[in-house]
Design a binder for this molecule. Structure first.
Ligand code: NCD
Length: 451
C-alpha cells in the first residue's frame, strides 16, 4: 500500500458527494452553461489525464472539452491497449506514474468493477471514475441528475422509470442510489432477467427503507406491457399500504423514463439471447402516464429508443449529452480546488479492513481485487454490524461470511452469535466457513472460551 499522505478528494462513487455538494455542482454547471466559452480563466495550467481502458465517446470527449473550456490542458490515453498496460503494467503503477507530475486529475474508465477505488488508493491526485465495469458511473449520474433538475426544477418526489438492462448498466446503479438519496421514487421496468443486482437492492432496502412493491402499470402502455414493473419509494414506505391494492401501486404519472441499452459486452455466453429487448417508440410514448415524461438515455443507444421519437419535445437525450460538458466543468474545477464547493474533508465512508491469510476473497471474478491481487489493500467493508453484513470495498458485492474470527483471541464465531458482540470490528476476520478459519489457525469459540 502507498505511504501515508493527505488524501485528495476523489469521485469514485456517487456516495463520495453529499447532497449539498451535488446541488452546488448543478448550480455551477448552470452558470457555466450560460456561456461555455467564458470560463477559460478557471483552471489555467491544470492538466487532466484520460486513462481509458474501455471505449468511450461522450464521457472522454466531454471531460476533455470541459478541461479545455476551463483553460486547462488534457493528455489522453484513449486506448490503453497501446500503453504499457499491454506490457503488463498494473493499474496501481500507472496511476502513480501519471498522477506523479504528469497530470493534476485522472479520469479513469476500466472494465473491472472496483478499478477506480483501487486507483484512488494509489493516486496522489484526484481520480474520477468514468465507469468501472458494471459497477458505477458517478459523473454520468451527475449529468443525469443535473438534467432532471434543469428540466423539472427539483429531484425530490419525482417518479423516475429505470428501463432496460438494470443488471449490468453502471449508469443505472449510481443513478438509483442518488435518486433514493434525493427522495425520488423509482419505477423499475427491467428487461426480463436483467433486474437490479442484489447488492443494489439490498442497499436500497437497508439504507433507504425502500420496500419494492408491484406496480399496476395499466396506464404505462406498451413499455410496461413488456415487463413486470416494480415501484420503490425511499420516502414513506409505511404509507404504501394506503395507496396500493391487490393490483399494486397505481402508476398515474411519470416524470422521466430513463432507458438503457443491453450491455452485451458484459454478458456471459448466451445471456440475453432469444428475448426481444424493450422498445420505446411513438406508441409507447402515447401512454397516458407518460404524457409529460422526459425521455432520457445515457447513450449510446441501439434500437431501444426508436429514432421516430427523436423530434418529440419529451426526448431530451441529446440535450442530456450536451449537459455533460458544463457538469464536468464543475466537477473538474471543484476537484482541482478552483471551485470552492468541496471544502469538506473526504467522507470517511464505511470502515474497511484487510483480508487476512485464509480470509475470503471477493466472489466477483470481474472485481479488480481478483486481478490486481498484489495491490489490494483493505478489502472487507463492514456494511452493517447487526445483522453482520460485509461487502467488497472495491466492487460492493456481498462477501459470503460463514464464520468470524477474532484476531486477538484466535477464536471464531457464528456471525449471529452473542459471543461476537464484544469483538471490535478491527479485530474481526471473515472466513467463508469453519474449515477456512481452522486452516488459518483459528479455533471454534466454546463455553470455556466464549470470546
Ligand atoms: C454509458 C456507459 O459507458 O456506461 N455511456 C456513457 O458513459 N454515456 C452507457 C452505456 O454504455 O450504455
Amino acid at each position: 500500500m502507498p505511504e501515508d499522505r493527505p488524501q485528495p478528494r476523489h469521485l469514485v462513487s456517487i456516495d463520495d458527494l453529499s447532497l449539498a455538494e451535488m446541488q452546488a455542482l448543478f448550480e455551477a454547471a448552470k452558470e457555466f452553461s450560460e456561456d461555455l466559452t467564458a470560463h477559460a480563466d478557471r483552471c489555467p495550467g491544470r492538466i487532466a489525464a484520460s486513462l481509458f481502458y474501455e471505449p468511450s465517446t461522450r464521457t472522454r470527449l466531454s471531460f476533455e472539452s470541459a478541461m479545455l473550456r476551463l483553460g486547462g490542458g488534457v493528455i489522453t490515453a484513449a486506448d490503453m491497449s497501446v500503453s504499457s498496460a499491454s506490457k503488463g503494467e498494473s493499474l496501481a503503477d500507472t496511476v502513480r506514474v501519471v498522477g506523479g507530475g504528469y497530470a493534476d486529475v485522472l479520469v479513469l474508465r476500466h472494465p473491472s468493477e472496483g478499478a477506480a477505488r483501487l486507483a484512488a488508493q494509489y493516486s496522489p491526485v484526484p481520480v474520477i471514475n468514468a465507469g468501472d465495469g458494471s459497477h458505477e458511473h458517478p459523473t454520468q449520474t451527475l449529468c443525469d441528475l443535473y438534467s432532471l433538475w434543469v428540466e423539472r426544477g427539483r429531484i425530490e418526489g419525482l417518479d423516475v422509470v429505470l428501463a432496460g438492462d438494470l443488471r449490468y448498466s453502471r449508469t443505472i446503479h449510481s443513478f438509483a442510489f442518488a435518486l433514493a438519496r434525493f427522495g425520488a421514487n423509482i419505477l423499475c421496468v427491467p428487461q426480463g432477467g436483467f433486474e437490479l443486482p442484489d447488492y443494489v437492492m439490498q442497499r436500497l432496502r437497508e439504507e433507504f427503507g425502500v420496500e419494492p412493491v408491484r406496480a399496476n402499470a395499466s396506464k404505462m402502455g406498451d413499455l410496461a406491457a413488456q415487463s413486470d414493473v416494480i415501484y420503490m419509494t425511499p420516502q414513506k414506505p409505511h404509507q404504501l399500504s394506503l395507496f396500493t391494492d391487490a393490483k399494486g401501486w397505481n402508476v398515474s404519472h411519470v416524470d422521466a423514463v430513463y432507458m438503457t441499452r443491453p450491455q452485451t459486452e458484459r454478458y456471459a455466453e448466451g445471456e440475453g439471447q432469444g428475448t426481444e429487448y424493450l422498445q420505446l417508440g411513438k406508441s409507447a410514448l402515447a401512454a397516458d402516464s407518460l404524457r409529460d415524461a422526459v425521455v432520457m438515455h445515457p447513450l449510446p443507444r441501439r434500437d431501444e429508443i426508436s429514432a421516430e421519437i427523436d423530434g418529440d419535445p419529451r426526448s431530451i437525450y441529446f440535450k442530456q449529452a450536451a449537459r455533460g460538458v458544463p457538469i464536468r466543468m464543475a466537477i473538474l474545477a471543484a476537484l482541482a480546488g478552483e471551485l470552492p464547493i468541496l471544502d469538506a474533508p473526504p467522507a470517511a465512508g464505511i470502515p474497511t479492513y484487510p483480508v487476512v491469510e485464509g480470509g475470503n476473497p471477493c466472489p466477483n471474478p470481474n472485481c479488480i481485487s481478483n486481478t490486481e491481487t498484489r495491490h489490494v489493500g483493505a478489502q472487507v467493508a463492514l456494511a452493517s454490524r447487526l445483522p453482520l453484513r460485509v461487502q467488497c470495498a472495491y466492487c460492493s458485492q456481498r462477501l459470503p461470511v460463514g464464520v468470524v474470527g477474532c484476531r486477538s483471541s484466535r477464536r471464531f464465531h457464528d456471525p449471529a452469535s452473542p459471543g461476537l458482540r464484544p469483538v471490535r470490528p478491527e479485530q474481526m476476520v471473515f472466513f467463508v466457513d469453519a474449515a477456512a478459519a481452522e486452516r488459518a489457525g483459528y479455533a471454534a469459540a466454546s463455553a470455556a472460551h466464549p470470546v
